[in-house]
Structure formats: C-alpha cells, structure tokens
Design a protein around this ligand. Structure first.
Ligand SMILES: [Fe+2]
Ligand SMILES: [Fe+2]
Length: 207
C-alpha cells in the first residue's frame, strides 16, 4: 500500500468534512435558526490556511506532482492547472478571511458576502479535490516507480518540527478535533446556540 495516497485521501476527507460543516452552519444562520459562532469560524479558517495552504498543497506540488510530471510528461497541462488552483485557493482563503472579519465587525449587514465567500470556497475546493482523486491519483498509481513512491511516502510521513511542541500533523489533528467538538449538532458534537424565537424571521415575531 502506498502510504502517501492514503494520507492524501484522508486529508481530503478531513477537509471535505470541515467545509461541509461550515456550509451547513452558515445555511442555518441564514435560516435564522442558529447564532453565529465566530470562534468556530476562526478555527475553520485557521485550519484551511495553515493545513491546506501551507502543508497539504506544498507537499502535492513538491513531491507528487513533480515526480508525476517527470514520469508522465503528458500530464503536464493537468498538473499546471492544479498548481494554478493551489495559488487561486490561497487567494480565495484570503477573501474568506476578509469576509469573516467584515461579518464579525459589521454584523448582519456583512452576512451575505460571508455566505457567498463560504459557498465559493467550498465549491472550488470540492472540484479541486475531485480532480486530484479522479485524474491525478490513478495516473500516479500507473506511472510512478517504486523509488518515486519511497521519496513521496517519506515526504508525506515525515514528522517535522521535532524540537518544539507538536508536529504540524498533531496540531492539525487537535484543530480538527476542536472544530468537531465545537461545531453544533448535527454537524459536530457541540451544542446548538439557537436564536431567541422572537428574533427569527416569520416565527413568533413581535408586532
Ligand atoms: Fe491540491
Ligand atoms: Fe489535495
């Protein structure tokens, strides 16, 4: 079993779960059944920024895509498109972060742009991960040699930052657990902070 493939797929599953949770929470806020939880939103944006943009994508670019480009040059256009998406993803993360800050500072007036930034980011990453799993991983399985996988596996399983505190992998695991325990049921294990009935649109509203 190639360890790097299992790690990439696991990391994709984790990210898909976090983004699906974020979208669901935002939809419930829009339905006015849930209060916003900015601590949860910041934890999710931190996860995206530090895990995806600084850890997951660079490993794909520097090892998996690099070796596949050498072994199967016909994949060059596809790999270039995915590398462009990694850069574009960082821009979208910045826009999501800015939209979150505006929502936190300006309140409900800035909710719609935040909701749109969440949906844009979610759709973008879902499509990106789909291309990697559907198009890149089968090519990698087919064209990479055992020595390529040895190097790629080593990079993906490396336990970095051994001197101070947790390794990045431990840190992301903890951040993921914190998100799962804080996210409201049924999307996570946390309590739902619902709005007061008279604050909901169309229900028990004051005259
Ligand atoms: Fe990627
Ligand atoms: Fe990926």
């Amino acid at each position: 079993m190639v360890q790097a493939i299992a790690i990439i797929q696991n990391e994709h599953r984790g990210l898909a779960a976090v983004l699906s949770c974020l979208s669901s929470v935002v939809r419930d806020i829009e339905d006015r059944s849930l209060e916003p939880d900015f601590e949860l939103f910041h934890a999710i944006v931190d996860y995206i920024e530090s895990f995806l943009d600084r850890f997951h994508h660079p490993k794909e670019d520097d090892f998996l895509f690099d070796r596949l480009r050498r072994r199967h040059p016909e994949a060059a256009d596809l790999l270039e498109e995915l590398e462009d998406e990694h850069r574009c993803g960082e821009v979208l993360t910045g826009e999501l972060k800015a939209a979150l800050e505006a929502y936190e500072n300006e309140g409900e007036a800035a909710f719609q742009p935040f909701r749109e930034a969440v949906e844009t980011y979610h759709a973008f990453e879902r499509s990106h991960m789909g291309k990697e799993e559907r198009d890149v991983l089968p090519l990698a399985r087919r064209y990479l040699a055992a020595e390529d996988w040895r190097e790629i596996d080593e990079a993906f399983t490396a336990n970095d930052d051994p001197l101070f505190g947790d390794s990045p992998t431990d840190r992301y695991r903890k951040l993921f657990s914190a998100i799962a325990s804080r996210a409201p049921a049924p999307y996570g294990l946390g309590q739902r902070r619902t709005r007061e009935p008279d604050a909901r649109r169309g229900t028990l509203g004051r005259a």
